[in-house]
Design a protein around this ligand. Structure first.
Ligand code: ASP
Ligand code: MG
Length: 300
């Protein structure tokens, strides 16, 4: 049995076309390859939810409602291209947006801003995972959606919550067992989010990579693949020296990758991901989503 953890990020999943394209990856898995798939919010959803929240906090309710309305249309339009018109996913999307709207209307001025953020912004990830899971079911890719809020236990340090690895590991053992893989083959979950006794929590912007790394570690995965919209890890920062003057690095050690993340590759991968990989010597692949012939960069 081989377990692959994939992370699909917001930037690459910005419309129905890229969601349909996921099939190109899944159709290549052999019957013995099982996957755990971590999704972050589609496109610019996280930024937009942050905007909505700011509008509400500044008392610009109408502006907040408008941005949230646009975000709903963005998700519904994606769903229209993926599902038949009478599919129940449309009702679920409606309900999620009603829930967000309700939570926003309940915000009190004296509440902790970081707490409120973590009760609203995770819905980007929740929507993405739900839509992909239902779409996979529609096209016959067997899968089970297991919400991160069922297993990823954190403290209540909202916005940059610390993961309780022991509890999370126990939860995973109970929820992602071999029998579950045997039944469903592909698990789908949200990146970036978790839960504490006080409600939903988030791991910090870009935290889906970290979720993928953590799952790779705790599930003793064979590899973790971070699908990105770049060819891999580059030897220099293309923003500084131009696209024509950079070269992809094919192989890297954990330590060298860690160094690059602090310099030329900063922002490419959430820095907390690396320790999870290093601890169990699990290979990490940074792969270009739009070029499946390329293996990207292998960190090991
Ligand atoms: N959606 C979150 C963010 O944009 C988490 C992630 O993308 O990893 O920061
Ligand atoms: Mg994101």
């Amino acid at each position: 049995m081989k377990i692959i953890v994939n992370k699909f990020g917001g930037g690459i999943l910005d419309g129905a076309f890229s969601i349909k394209y996921l099939l190109e990856i899944f159709k290549n898995y052999s019957p013995k390859e099982y996957s755990v798939n971590v999704f972050s919010a589609f496109g610019k959803t996280t930024n937009e939810l942050e905007k909505v929240l700011k509008s509400y906090q500044n008392g610009n309710i109408e502006e907040g409602k408008k941005t949230l309305g646009e975000l709903k249309i963005f998700h519904i339009e994606i769903a229209y291209e993926l599902f038949p018109e009478d599919h129940f996913v449309f009702d679920i999307i409606e309900d999620i947006f009603k829930k967000i709207q309700y939570k926003l209307s309940m915000i009190r001025q004296d509440e902790n801003i970081k707490y409120i953020y973590d009760q609203i912004v995770p819905f980007g990830e929740i929507l993405a995972s739900l839509i992909v899971s239902e779409y996979f079911s529609c096209i016959g890719i067997s899968n089970k959606l297991i919400h991160a809020t069922n297993f990823l236990k954190t403290d209540s340090n909202f916005n940059t919550a610390n993961i309780d690895k022991n509890t999370t590991s126990q939860n995973l053992k109970a929820q992602i067992r071999e029998e579950i893989f045997a039944l469903y083959k592909n698990i789908i979950t949200e990146g970036f989010i978790g839960f504490s006794e006080k409600g939903m929590t988030t791991l910090g912007r870009g935290g889906s990579d970290y979720t993928a790394g953590l799952l790779g570690n705790l599930l003793n995965a064979d590899k973790v693949v971070l699908w990105k919209d770049v060819p891999g890890v580059m030897n220099e920062d293309p923003k500084l020296v131009g696209n024509n003057n950079v070269k992809k690095i094919n192989f890297l050690t954990y330590d060298n990758f860690e160094n690059l993340l602090q310099t030329s590759a900063s922002g490419l991968v959430h820095p907390k991901t690396i320790n999870e990989m290093k601890e169990k010597r699990i290979p990490l692949q940074v792969r270009p989503f739009w070029d499946l012939d390329s293996e990207g960069t292998l960190v090991s």
